[in-house]
Every structure is written in C-alpha cells, then in structure tokens.
Design a protein around this ligand. Structure first.
Ligand SMILES: N[C@@H](CCC[C@H](N)C(=O)O)C(=O)O
Length: 277
C-alpha cells in the first residue's frame, strides 16, 4: 500500500489515497502505522476518498484507532495532497468530513500548495452537542474538578469536542499528568481534546494540546480554533488571533457576523512510502 507522510505544524499523519488503494481495517491500520517504534510513526491515519457530496472525503483516525470527526491540520494536508499529486487543479475545493463539508482556499506557488485557508464552520457551544454534561446553554469559564483540583474550562465543538483551560506558564506544565484525566473525565461522554492556553497579548496566545486518542501533539487545528473562540468569548483577545503551538503558528479569525471560524496555515509532505502488510 502506497502512502504519504505529511505534517501540518508537526501534527503528522499517514495519508492514503483511496482512489487507488483499498484499506479494509482503517482503525487497526491506524494503530499499527502510527506506532513510532514499530510503524511509520504518526499522530494517526487519514484516508483521502471519493465523495458523492463534495470534491473529496477525508476520513481521520487517531493513533489509538478511534475515529475523529474533523482534523484541522489534516484537512490542510489533504488539500495539498489532492492538488500537488494531481487529483484536482482547483484552488477552491470542498471536502466532506464527519463534521460536515468544509471549504478550502489553496495558495499555490510554483505548482505546489504552500498555504491553505479553511472555512471551519460554526463553533458549537450547546453542551449536548459538544458533548459535555452540563446545565445551561453553554460552558464558559465553568468549574470542573479533575484529580481533586478545580479548573475553569470553556467547552466548544469544532465538529469534534474541545475543553479550553487558561493556564499561565504552559511551557512548564506536566500535560501528560492532567491531559489524560480531562480526556476520560465522566463529563465528556465521547472523551475530549483539551487545550491549555496562555494569553500573551490581545492578538497572540500560546497553547499546548492533549488530543483525544493521540496524546500530546505538536499542534491541533480544530483545537486552535476552539482556543480562539474561547479567548474571544472570555474577553481575552480580539477576533483575529495568532495561536502559537509547539509546531508553529496558526492564524485564526472568528467572523462574529457570519459566525464562521477561519483557519490559515501551512501543510507539508514529509516523504512517500510503501507499507507492506
Ligand atoms: N489534530 C487534529 C484533531 C484530530 C482529531 C482529534 N484528536 C479528535 O479525536 O477529535 C486537528 O488538527 O484538528
């Protein structure tokens, strides 16, 4: 099976072109191929498939084999793949995901995609739709007890679930101790991705993420969108935010009038390979 390893800000996935390859057990393959010692090594697996509703379909699996509804860094890489590998010559494309159809604008230089802007759609605040167990219309700066300590979280779905926690000194935090306890907390029936955020100024924040199904990653696109929305809702930043992640920066803008979040960032090919199993 031919594959391409790609990364968006160090959030790396193995991509398989399902126009020419067949994957019978994507969840099992995701677990094997993601292993950093016995596999290719990745945060998960992404299948690029034909779609009846859009130009393409993206199917994403975390490193533990679970399915994610959406992947912000992944969808930019899918856009680069379909253009650079000749599956389309369009620079405005649509991609079906479990979180709906997303629309992407590709910036091309010397016949290669260098930057992708994604219409990430509406942020969802309604607790039942995230899902998070809570009373009321939204969970904004609301308490949660984790490992016996109280934290304040803001919960948002960008098609997948996120809990955003403001945290001074993210560089020094022990994310591997607190991240798993948020991920599997009983208030999140589908588990959760958790972002820990330090506000640097009204236009810039720094975040680290513990991803559902993959652990700490160098970047999370949907997470960066959730962080920007949480910062704006909590009055901490303006509507355009530079989100600094371990793997680089993403530019996020929440158009409040249209209620659409836009994400702009890079996508890179690491190498092409062949998996023999
Ligand atoms: N890294 C991704 C998100 C991948 C899915 C996530 N772990 C989930 O299970 O929801 C991104 O860039 O958005």
């Amino acid at each position: 099976m031919k594959f391409t390893k790609m990364q968006g800000l160090g959030n790396d996935y193995v991509y398989v072109n399902c126009f020419s390859e067949e994957v019978k057990d994507p969840s099992g393959l995701a677990k094997k191929i993601s292993d950093r010692h016995f596999g290719v090594g990745a945060d998960g697996l992404i299948l690029i498939c034909p779609s009846k509703k859009a130009d393409f379909e993206m199917k994403m699996y975390n490193a533990d084999g679970s399915r994610g509804e959406m992947c912000g860094n992944g969808i930019r890489c899918v856009a680069k793949y379909v253009y650079d590998y000749g599956l389309t010559d369009k620079t405005h494309i649509s991609i079906e995901t479990l979180a709906g159809i997303k629309y992407l604008d590709l910036t091309v230089e010397e016949k290669k995609v260098v930057l992708v802007k994604v219409d990430m759609g509406n942020p969802i605040l309604e607790p039942a739709k995230i899902p998070v167990k809570a009373e009321g219309e939204s969970v904004i700066d609301a308490p949660i007890i984790v490992n016996g300590a109280e934290y304040k979280m803001t919960c948002i779905s960008m098609g997948n679930p996120h809990a955003v926690v403001f945290w001074d000194g993210v560089d020094d935090m022990e994310i591997e101790k607190i991240g798993p306890s948020f991920e599997t907390h009983e208030r999140f029936p589908n588990r959760v991705n958790t972002e820990f955020v330090e506000v640097l100024d009204r236009k810039t924040v720094k975040m680290r993420v513990w991803e559902r199904g993959s652990g700490e990653t160098l970047a999370c696109g949907t997470g960066a969108c959730a962080v920007a929305v949480a910062c704006i809702l909590n009055g901490r930043t303006e509507d355009m935010v530079c989100v600094k992640l371990l793997g680089g920066d993403l530019l996020i803008r929440w158009d409040r009038e249209k209620n659409i979040v836009y994400m702009t960032g890079p996508a890179e090919v690491v190498f092409d390979g062949e998996w023999n199993e």
